[in-house]
Design a protein around this ligand. Structure first.
Ligand SMILES: [Zn+2]
Length: 428
């Protein structure tokens, strides 16, 4: 392991240069006004080839309004020592980045990598003389942390093994995916639907796309998501004559409160893996109804954001919701129409899954602490994999500057995360 760690330590400049090149190629989704990931994917293909990783495959999802009319997914493979039926170890980072946001909040050009010292002072091109002595160098630019930190760390880990003449235990697949920021329709979801043969249940995946500042948090589970739209139809009438109509707003308000209280009471289990450790049933958005005060509205639209512990199913929650819906309809003489704005559920990866245990050991070796499995509110690439029976852990050490102005990655985090990943490649 020492030779591999040493190689990574000696190649901090390589990580900086890779970040610099990636930063120059804004892979913003066409949905957010960009061109997509083609330039970045093609650059990365060449870069990997030049550095000795030649086994590559591209899976382009067709997309009419992206550059090259496609959203590219790049897979680089490194042969493992184990027989092929033992499954592959995936490292999944996304190529796309979010737009810079409010330009005036940035202190530098988001698409030009800037290196800053620990105290925030920009360092010139002679940073290389300083970085060995300096800890805490920040690489500033859009995408540097989300998700180029994970991307660079995975590349560095693979190259370190190559340089040391070591084979990973299982076949390693580095997947650089499209479209994570806008729902993975052209990314992991596209691959699972259109190229299911790429994956087997024996596979395991590390997704370096979220984590804590101490590097000890491993995300293994997500709450189920259920986003509901409720349209209440009553009868509009004058504000002084509620007896002649049916107040849709009043009925909807009762529905919101009753649903919140009853669902919280019925689905009340707790799971300390999650924060908060219980299911949440929140009324959120409300659409405008009448513009004046003295009309009783006959129409009301409101939404719920529900995050449900995976010990329950969305179907159970919906069934209870419909019971309450019927009570409210009867009580107020209204019709409530429910529709699903978004729904998602996925099983958890066990806290004692071999992947999680192996990752915890490598984290201990590099970061010197005991890893904590956690659950989150929902919505990562891992959920897609867990749904097809693949163990997936989301982990990295992050300052959590993603999507912010002056986004940065700590060079130390890239280097140390690369060591954890190299260890996982060798020992899992
Ligand atoms: Zn991300």
């Amino acid at each position: 392991m020492d030779a591999v760690y040493k190689w990574i330590d000696e190649h901090r400049a390589l990580a900086v240069e890779l970040e610099r090149e990636l930063c120059k190629r804004p892979a913003v989704s066409p949905d957010s006004g960009g061109e997509g990931e083609l330039d970045k994917a093609e650059f990365l293909q060449n870069w990997l080839r030049e550095h000795g990783i030649t086994a590559q495959e591209r899976y382009d999802a067709p997309c009419a309004n992206a550059k090259g009319k496609c959203r590219p997914n790049l897979i680089a493979k490194i042969d493992g020592g184990a027989p092929s039926n033992s499954g592959s170890l995936w490292f999944i980072a996304h190529l796309d980045v979010v737009p810079p946001g409010e330009a005036s909040l940035w202190h530098s050009d988001p698409w030009t990598l800037i290196i800053k010292g620990k105290d925030g002072t920009p360092l010139g091109t002679d940073y290389q003389k300083q970085y060995d002595a300096l800890r805490g160098l920040r690489l500033v630019g859009r995408g540097t942390e989300d998700n180029q930190q994970g991307l660079c760390a995975a590349c560095l880990a693979a190259l370190a093994l190559l340089a040391a003449g070591r084979k990973p235990k299982r076949e390693v697949r580095l997947l650089f995916a499209a479209d994570e920021e806008c729902g993975s329709v052209y990314g992991i979801d596209y691959l699972l639907k259109n190229h299911p043969g790429l994956f087997t249940k024996a596979d395991a995946a590390l997704i370096p796309d979220s984590g804590a500042a101490d590097g000890l948090e491993i995300e293994v589970a997500e709450k189920n998501m259920l986003w509901l739209r409720a349209r209440t139809a009553g009868k509009q009438t004058h504000g002084s004559r509620p007896d002649l109509g049916a107040n849709a707003h009043l009925a909807a308000a009762d529905f919101a409160l009753t649903l919140h209280n009853e669902l919280s009471k019925t689905f009340n289990k707790r799971d300390p893996l999650f924060d908060p450790p219980y299911s949440t049933f929140e009324p959120t958005k409300r659409e405008a109804n009448v513009p004046n005060i003295n009309t009783i509205p006959g129409d009301d639209i409101l939404y719920f954001d529900m995050r449900i512990l995976p010990c329950y199913t969305n179907a159970e929650v919906l069934q209870k919701t419909e019971e309450i819906q019927r009570e409210i309809e009867k009580k107020y003489g209204v019709q409530i129409e429910l529709s699903l704005a978004q729904t998602h559920e996925s099983p958890a990866t066990g806290v004692d899954a071999p992947l999680v245990l192996a990752l915890s050991r490598e984290i201990q070796a590099v970061y010197g602490g005991k890893a904590r499995p956690v659950g989150i509110g929902g919505g990562t690439v891992a959920a897609f994999l867990r749904n097809v029976g693949i163990d997936a852990a989301v982990w990295s050490r992050l300052d959590d500057t993603a999507h912010q102005p002056d986004e940065y990655a700590l060079l130390d985090n890239i280097i140390s995360d690369a060591k954890v990943m190299a260890g996982l490649m060798l020992n899992f």
